[in-house]
Write a protein that binds this ligand. Structure first.
Ligand code: AKG
Ligand code: FE2
Length: 322
């Protein structure tokens, strides 16, 4: 069976004109392929442009300058160097490191509530690390604005998801209101030589959280999903966001919805000189949110876990041994 990634306009949900029509299209995509492309999300083009601009500005810096944004506490913040992680390893494959470097930030909102400093949270709320504003003016502002805009889109989608699962619209609200989402800008640099056998820009994996928002046009070409029989290119449309389900939605729905295998393919050799950028919001519910099957009929396929525990396990598996 070939399953296609649909493009869905959220406008009628956001305006309230025809919520159910949008809910049904989303439900269908979540059941069949676990990927959709959304338009009508309300995020202005300037915000994407600003994020891409500061991200390029950062990645263009000399590597010694970039390394100043590596946190001393080993938390998943700031700069991560080229090829120091392997997405394929998160599924237990012996995959070579991914050909990319990244910059991560977590919550930009106020974290004075004791929830965020509870020892149970470990390093999940470690402080953000920012580049020197002299090196990349406007970086922190662009990332912070974008983070809040994506939070808004994710909240809307979780409400659509609740309705698509025939739950009250606000079912997920209290499970994601203290989310610990990582926003990561990735740079896939030009490839000066042939990659190692099996080495990709991003190895095949599923995502770990509830949903992922990937900035679409023009940076997204190369993203491919496994449609059950072959790798399919995710549609590239100006101004859209790609949404994919993560493992936690599959676990919550007892595999009614799919956390689909995807990867970032290498470009053809004629395009090895081209860089690729992506902006990714890995929406991750509250760390203490228990994820257990909502299926009232069939036995649960996964033991209950928490959002924090699932992520911790996956990140550890991805680190490439030094
Ligand atoms: O860079 C991309 O477009 C996707 C990367 C990805 O799937 C991931 O990091 O989880
Ligand atoms: Fe992914």
């Amino acid at each position: 069976m070939t399953r296609k990634v649909p493009v869905i306009d959220l406008t009628d949900f956001r305006t309230g004109r025809d919520k159910q029509a949008v809910v049904e299209q989303v439900a269908d995509a979540c059941r069949s392929i676990g990927f959709l492309v959304i338009s009508g999300h309300g995020v202005p083009a300037e915000m994407f442009d600003a994020m891409l601009g500061v991200s390029k500005g950062f990645f263009d810096l000399p590597v010694e300058t970039k390394k100043r944004a590596i946190p001393a506490d080993g938390s998943f913040r700031g700069y991560s160097e080229l090829a120091n992680m392997s997405l394929g390893q998160s599924l237990g494959d012996d995959a070579p490191p991914d050909l990319r470097e990244g910059f991560s930030v977590n919550r930009v909102q106020d974290k004075s509530d004791p929830y965020y400093s509870n020892p149970a949270a470990g390093k999940l709320f470690a402080p953000n690390v920012w580049p020197d504003p002299e090196d990349v003016p406007g970086f922190e502002q662009a990332f912070s604005d974008y983070y809040l805009a994506m939070e808004g889109v994710a909240t809307t989608l979780m409400r659509i998801f609740a309705l698509a699962l025939e739950l009250p619209e606000d079912f997920f609200d209290a499970k994601v209101d203290k989310h610990f989402t990582n926003l990561v800008a990735y740079h896939y640099p030009p490839m000066p030589a042939a990659p190692k056998p099996g080495q990709l820009r991003g190895g095949a994996h599923t995502d770990f959280g509830s949903l992922t928002l990937v900035y679409g046009h023009p940076s997204v070409s190369g993203l491919q999903v496994w449609d059950g029989s072959e790798w399919e290119d995710v549609p590239v449309e100006p101004g859209t966001l790609v949404v994919n389900l993560g493992d936690l939605m599959a676990q919550w729905t007892n595999d009614l919805w799919v956390s689909t295998l995807h990867r970032v393919a290498n470009p053809p050799e004629s395009e090895w000189d081209k860089a690729r950028y992506s902006l990714i919001f890995f929406h991750q519910p509250n760390y203490d949110c228990v994820i257990e099957s909502l299926d009232q009929v069939n036995p649960a396929k996964y033991p209950p876990t928490t959002s924090g525990e699932h992520l911790r396990r996956k990140i550890l598996a991805m680190r490439v041994a030094a």
